[in-house]
Write a protein that binds this ligand. Structure first.
Ligand SMILES: [Mg+2]
Length: 238
């Protein structure tokens, strides 16, 4: 039985966001390593990945960085260049900017996402979209994939000035849907933002394990349900 309302995440839940990153970096590393001649592409890729993992592992850096992704990428790639003793930092910024542009371009909607949202709205389930990140980038994605029509409420961190896992986000979503915590589910790929944050308010938390990695060992967050694709919510209907 589905609830009266669902609070749904955007990136890696409706849109494929993470999957496109690595192939773009690998291609760029091939090209730029070739141009610099003093480093192997694999090493350049490893250096960028290391700095990026370091950067995004910290909550405060994450919060600030996701409000200006292009600058955050310039910063991490430049750090990698420094660590790898690559001197031309203008190439680092150029690489970061090309990644930023290509990634936006290559994001795509999961195959069954639109059909799922259609079925849910047809079943009169009220939907709220909750997404962290920049106002402009996130709003552009919503428009580009024509998602507004499915949602009663669209909550974008950059537009509101606050984001997941702040309680205010889930409360506002419920207020806009006019539903209480026992009447909604939250669905998304981030264990903290989409599962434990909502659970603290008594909301049923569904983890979208889109990359099928399984719960991290010793995870403190225990989802109420685990899915691999949002279409599982309406399985029979698709
Ligand atoms: Mg997400």
């Amino acid at each position: 039985m589905l609830p009266k309302g669902i609070l749904i995440d955007l990136d890696d839940t409706i849109l494929a966001y993470s999957a496109v990153a690595e192939p773009i970096w690998k291609k760029l590393c091939q090209e730029y390593a070739g141009r610099m001649d003093s480093i192997q592409p694999e090493r350049l890729f490893g250096g960028i990945k290391k700095m990026s993992d370091w950067f995004w592992s910290d909550k405060e850096r994450h919060k600030k960085g996701r409000q200006d992704l292009n600058s955050a990428r310039r910063f991490t790639v430049s750090l990698a260049f420094r660590e790898l003793k690559l001197e031309d930092l203008s190439l680092a910024e150029e690489m970061a900017d090309r990644f930023s542009a290509q990634r936006e371009e290559e994001i795509f909607i999961f195959e069954k996402a639109e059909g799922t949202l259609e079925i849910l709205t047809r079943q009169n389930i009220s939907l709220a979209l909750m997404t962290n990140g920049e106002a402009k980038k996130q709003r552009n994605k919503v428009q580009r994939f024509n998602l507004e029509r499915f949602f009663k409420s669209i909550l974008i961190e950059g537009e509101m000035g606050f984001g997941k896992p702040e309680e205010a986000v889930y409360k506002r979503a419920m207020m806009e849907l006019d539903l209480g915590p026992d009447e909604v589910w939250a669905v998304g790929d981030n264990l903290e933002f989409d599962v434990s944050g909502p659970q603290k308010l008594g909301i049923f938390g569904v983890w979208n394990d889109f990359s099928r990695q399984g719960l991290p060992s010793g995870s403190e967050v225990i989802p109420d349900r685990i899915i691999y694709d949002i279409s599982e919510l309406v399985e029979e209907g698709l």
